[in-house]
Ligand binder design. Structure first.
Ligand code: AMP
Ligand code: MG
Length: 462
């Protein structure tokens, strides 16, 4: 028997039923399929927020550049603390000078002496300890320090304690958060080399869809997915390309998919993947590329497809994506044979469900990590935490469920989570109320009140 192609697996030919893939298999598949973009560019720091570093950033300097005081107080040689004469309970030091932040001329102090010092000022040569002014008794030109209040080295910041010259300060693949930008600036660097922005095209399919501002029409609904998805893409730092609402006809779907594949690195569509739909979207993607799978064992969002579209720069060469897809597919127990349509420059295509909650959940669970990976990010997994369910949750084994959750702090300080109530896949208000998704894994059964559950926090994603 010949081994089926990706498309044939999805179509259920050769005896392969289009069975729903477990969510973990989808994650594993995308991990192997998706590679970072190759283009990089140098951008100024203010433009670098949320971009992904394309090279290791090696620190050209140490931060801080010199030992300095962490407090306003008096600097002295801490060895004197352990050499107090017997019976003496205080160290008495004469103030011989002042060290201010930014000042370069070193002030010198020897045994029995100290230097008035301000936060951030360079530690004078030979001095390693600072007594904060609130712990010092000052009278006239003498500072008295109670024995036992301090240890040698206290309140001094060491050169390089934040970042050491020559070491990797930020690794390739790190996303530039506000904290990371501050860190780059602390090295004195005005620009960074980042991966080029990922272009992601998005359109909604459905003859029933109106756009906001259109007059209501019997049987029609407003397109909400494009607004939610384009917002999610913007939060991700991708460059969204809005291709509007596309009617469910083969010609218009084909034109939109071709345009998307020309302009974008990845294409996201919503709608047109349910069982009952006319098969236009699937057959069109198969004609323009190929479809890996069509169903995921998840709720909400069982109809959820992943495939590829040929780009214009197709040259018939073998694609590394085809090879990695092949090994990912076979590691899931399917066999795979290269399609006759070989192509490079393939665009990832995500066919999200039409139901608005399902579309957002599928994006957060699979598309977001895959796009982050394509953006070059080495840590694309969303932040997860554990919380105690305050109520029983219905759950069937055999599918991963993503219930909209509200995480809060219990009176004892522990994290607890409840659902937003009605979990219908069209109830978009539940996504607004929630602050995370309760992720109930594939084989888990019902959850009792008091059980621990994992929550994927919306955090900065949404
Ligand atoms: P479909 O996957 O096309 O069968 O759509 C499933 C359900 O989601 C139907 O009730 C559609 O009307 C609805 N739907 C599809 N696309 C959208 C959209 N862009 N915005 C809001 N609802 C949608
Ligand atoms: Mg539809």
């Amino acid at each position: 028997m010949t081994t089926p192609t990706l498309s044939e697996i999805a179509a259920g030919v050769h005896g392969y039923q289009p069975r729903a893939l477990p969510a973990e298999a989808v994650t594993a598949f995308l991990e192997q399929l998706v590679e970072p973009v190759t283009g990089t560019e140098s951008v100024g720091l203010f433009a670098a927020l949320d971009r992904v570093l394309a090279t290791d950033l090696v620190s050209p300097v140490s931060v801080p550049p010199h030992d300095n005081s962490a407090m306003d107080g008096y600097a002295f040689d801490g060895a004197q603390l352990s050499r107090l004469p017997p019976g003496e309970s205080q160290l008495a030091l004469r103030v011989v000078g002042t060290a201010l932040a930014g000042q370069t001329a070193p002030v010198r102090a020897g045994p029995g002496e100290c230097v008035r010092i301000m936060t951030g000022a360079v530690m004078p040569p030979g001095l390693d300890t600072v007594v904060p002014q609130e712990l010092a008794r000052v009278d006239g030109g003498t500072v008295r320090i109670g024995a036992g209040l301090l240890r040698a080295g206290d309140h001094r910041r060491r050169a390089g304690e934040d970042l050491m010259q020559g070491r990797v300060a930020l690794a390739r693949g790190e996303r530039l958060t506000p904290a990371a930008l501050g860190l780059v600036a602390s090295l004195g660097l005005p620009s960074v080399t980042v991966f080029r922005r990922l272009r992601v095209a998005c359109f909604s399919t459905g003859d029933e869809l109106l756009s906001p501002g259109d007059a209501p029409r019997a049987g029609a609904v407003y397109d909400s997915n494009r607004y939610a998805l384009l917002g999610l893409l913007a939060r991700l730092g991708a460059e969204p390309i809005d291709l509007g609402v596309v009617p469910d006809t083969p010609a218009q779907l084909e034109a939109a998919l071709r345009r998307a594949a020309r302009q974008a690195d990845a294409v996201i569509t919503s709608g047109g993947v349910s069982e009952g739909d006319a098969d236009h979207l699937r057959s069109t993607v198969q004609r323009l590329g190929d479809v890996a799978f069509w169903h995921v064992a998840m709720r909400p969002g069982r109809p959820m497809a992943v495939g590829r579209l040929r780009g214009d720069d197709s040259d018939g060469a073998e694609s590394p994506m085809v090879e990695s897809a092949s090994s990912a597919i076979s590691s899931m127990g399917y066999s795979y044979q290269n399609n006759s349509k070989r192509f490079s420059a393939d665009r990832l295509w995500f066919g999200l469900p039409g139901n608005p909650v399902a579309a957002m959940v599928a994006f957060l669970a699979f598309v977001r990590p895959a796009l982050l990976r394509a953006m070059g990010c080495t840590r694309p997994a969303p932040p997860m935490l554990r919380a105690t369910a305050t109520e029983a949750l219905n759950k069937k084994p055999g599918r991963t469920e993503y219930q909209r959750g509200i995480v809060s702090t219990a009176p004892d300080g522990a994290l607890q989570v409840r659902t937003t109530g009605h979990q219908g896949s069209g109830v978009l208000s539940s996504m607004v109320q929630a602050n995370g998704l309760i992720v109930l894994p594939h084989s888990r059964g019902p959850v009792a009140a008091g059980d621990a559950v994992d929550v994927m926090m919306f955090d900065g994603a949404l």
